[in-house]
Design a protein around this ligand. Structure first.
Ligand code: UD1
Length: 422
């Protein structure tokens, strides 16, 4: 069990050196867990990170009728005995955004769902209109009252779905709903994130008929309810955590081997890191990075995959804070996602935000101070900022970091960072 710790202290005590192994992706495993609602049986998920969000999702699934346990580190076993209760209660749902991913599986399996409106990170409105409109096109009916969405359907009917935006969550919900729909569902402008691919690959192992995986045009051929089978699956490595360790060495200097990472899932980001002055050598499931000079500034927009993910942005802004020159970062997904900038300014960064843009003028070093983690990725960025600062940076709000990072402190301490939980 992860013990909630109050604070993390970070001090730059020199370059980083060694190997960091990247765990499985939070944004994949939570969706794999939700997919276990589709078929009875026992699922063994491996490469599962030890993070609080997995525990919260496990509690939500337990309330819905799927029990789970962790027989050994990295493994999560889920048991679906078929007696599902399709009611996702507020006390679980409000804690985690990915809880919305139970909507598709429950609706298609049970013909009914009651779902409290989901919570998650604190960075502005996160609507689910695309999920609802697509499910309505497949024959579902929705009522909303008292903070709860009530969805009903007979068997869903395959339909051509065209998303106005390639939403990760909506793509995942429609794919999982379509596996038991009558006939063919096609999704145009589908999200192509590696975590969406991971979910589709698990569904195919379970017996779902999905083609176009990894492209923006997915086709799902529905099968009868009851024909899918439980399966085992290894969670795709976490590209955001990999990027976090790259950002750490970028500002602290040094040489790192990032193991069990998939460079092919990070092509655009790595190209931009090269532009900033990092050097890479790639293996099939790893990369070596050398950071031996001051970073150069770049301009970056966030975009759906394969563009630069919004989840990388706090890390990139933190790197720009100590880079040579000025860079502009444009947020195209979540306009409100700049709250941590106030914290960076407390550390002496020169950042101005207007609307969707942040203008970052690099300074040689930040200067350590107490700061707060406002969400998962912003929390990781504060740790990176601490490595870019003179003196001690003390980070509170560590519970946010624990939601998505598996032993961030231990992993960084293991390669020579001055970092501690207190
Ligand atoms: C997922 C990730 C999150 C990541 C994001 C983008 C999880 C739990 N979260 O979030 O970490 O930052 O992908 O890669 O996996 N939108 C609508 N209507 C909808 C759905 C989305 O307007 O029905 C908009 C959102 O407001 C946002 C954009 O589409 O502007 C992206 O949302 P989406 O791709 O759905 O992200 P999430 O699945 O919420």
């Amino acid at each position: 069990m992860i013990q909630p710790a109050d604070q993390i202290t970070v001090t730059n005590i020199g370059p980083l050196q060694g190997t960091i192994r990247v765990p499985g992706a939070k944004n994949a495993v939570l969706k794999l867990m939700a997919a276990s609602l589709l078929a009875d049986g026992v699922y063994e998920l491996s490469n599962v990170p030890n993070i609080v969000d997995v525990a919260i999702m496990a509690e939500l699934l337990a309330a819905l009728g799927v029990s789970s346990h962790r027989p050994e580190p990295g493994v999560l076993v889920l048991s679906n005995r078929g007696d599902l209760v399709p009611v996702a209660p507020y006390e679980h749902v409000e804690r985690i955004r990915a809880s919305v991913n139970v909507l598709g599986p429950l609706l298609t399996r049970c013909g009914e769902v009651r779902l409290s409106m989901p919570g998650g990170d604190d960075f502005g409105a996160r609507p689910i209109n695309l999920h609802i409109e697509a499910l309505e096109a497949m024959g579902a009916e929705f009522k909303f009252a008292h903070g709860e969405l009530h969805a009903t359907c007979d068997r869903l009917i395959g339909a051509p779905i065209v998303f106005e935006f390639p939403s990760v969550g909506a793509t995942e919900n429609i794919v999982t709903a379509a596996v038991f729909a009558e006939g063919v569902t096609s999704i145009d402008n589908a999200a192509r994130e590696p975590e969406v691919v991971d979910l589709c690959e698990m569904l195919v192992k379970m017996g779902a008929g999905i083609t176009g995986i990894g492209s923006s045009h997915l086709v799902i051929e529905g099968v009868e309810r009851g024909t899918l089978v439980a399966t085992g699956h290894r969670t795709v490595p976490d590209r955001i955590q990999a990027a976090t360790y790259l950002a750490a060495v970028a500002v602290a200097g040094g040489e790192l081997d990032v193991a069990e990472a998939r460079p092919e899932h990070m092509v655009n980001l790595l190209a931009r890191f090269v532009d900033m002055g990092l050097e890479f050598n790639y293996g099939s499931n790893s990369m070596r990075v050398v950071a031996d000079r001051r970073l150069r500034s770049i301009d970056v927009p966030t975009l759906p995959y394969p563009g630069i993910a919004t989840d990388y942005k706090p890390l990139i802004i933190t790197m720009l804070c100590v880079a040579d020159g000025a860079g502009i970062v444009t947020e195209n997904l979540y306009p409100g996602r700049f709250r941590y900038v106030e914290e960076l300014i407390r550390l002496g960064a020169n950042v101005r935000t207007t609307g969707h843009h942040a203008v970052v003028r690099g300074v040689p070093r930040l200067s350590g101070a107490p700061v707060r983690a406002h969400d998962i990725r912003a929390g990781a960025a504060m740790v990176v900022a601490g490595l870019a600062a003179e003196g001690v940076t003390t980070i509170s709000g560590v519970d946010h970091i624990d939601r998505g990072y598996d032993d961030l402190v231990g992993r960084l301490a293991g390669v020579g960072a001055g970092i501690e939980r207190v």
